[in-house]
Design a protein around this ligand. Structure first.
Ligand code: GAR
Length: 198
């Protein structure tokens, strides 16, 4: 099984996934990184780890359809079976979603459906909620919607700062995302592959 990670920013989760592949905690091949941002720090991480990467930035006038067709061309060249979003900040359109049905998963730093969007940790911290956490879900055309496959909650403590909460959430992400990816590969992706061979 061959997969690509999509990321737009720092890439700490990308690195956690690379580590899990190196340690054989994920039993699939991480073939490449895709980024929509040429200056994203995640690209430096890919270079260091010698993981092939591709950056395609969306042109202003370009439609989502034409942009996603370019991405698919690259993914097909690499024979990608499924996609892991790790801090990828673009909403996916129907072209990518129809090409990889139930084969794209996303990580979000809140207990969805609460606090979707780009600032999940910040929004939970400034809310009156006493707990927050992480969510891993299949991707659809909404903003951080789609069937939930995993959640883990933590309390927001009385002495919590935004920075301590960010650290705790990222620790959870790095710990659980690789585990959930591996489970998902075994339960869903491999099964579908078997079915398509019969
Ligand atoms: C992670 O916290 C991830 O949950 C979040 O972006 C961060 C990326 O961090 N994703 C979203 O907010 C999706 N809506 P990283 O670049 O260090 O892996």
């Amino acid at each position: 099984m061959r997969f690509a990670v999509f990321a737009s920013g720092n890439g700490s989760n990308f690195e956690a996934i690379v580590r899990a592949v190196e340690n054989k905690e994920i039993s699939a091949t991480l073939v490449c990184l895709f980024s929509d941002k040429k200056n994203a720090y995640v690209i430096e991480r890919a270079k260091k780890k010698k993981i092939p990467y591709m950056v395609i930035e969306k042109e202003k006038q370009e439609t989502k359809e034409s942009y996603e067709k370019k991405i698919i061309e690259y993914l097909e060249e690499k024979s990608i079976d499924f996609i892991i979003l790790a801090g990828y900040m673009k909403i996916l359109g129907h072209v990518l979603l129809e090409k990889y049905p139930k084969k794209i998963i996303n990580l979000h730093p809140s207990l969805l459906p609460s606090f979707p969007g780009k600032q999940g940790i910040h929004d939970a911290f400034y809310s009156k909620e006493k707990e927050t956490g992480i969510t891993i879900h299949l991707v659809d055309q909404g903003i951080d919607t789609g069937p939930i496959i995993f959640q883990h909650a933590i309390s927001i403590t009385r002495h919590e700062t935004l920075s301590s909460l960010e650290t705790r959430i990222h620790e959870l992400e790095h710990r659980y995302y690789p585990i959930v990816i591996e489970k998902y590969i075994r339960e869903v992706v491999l099964n579908d592959k078997k079915k398509s061979l019969n």
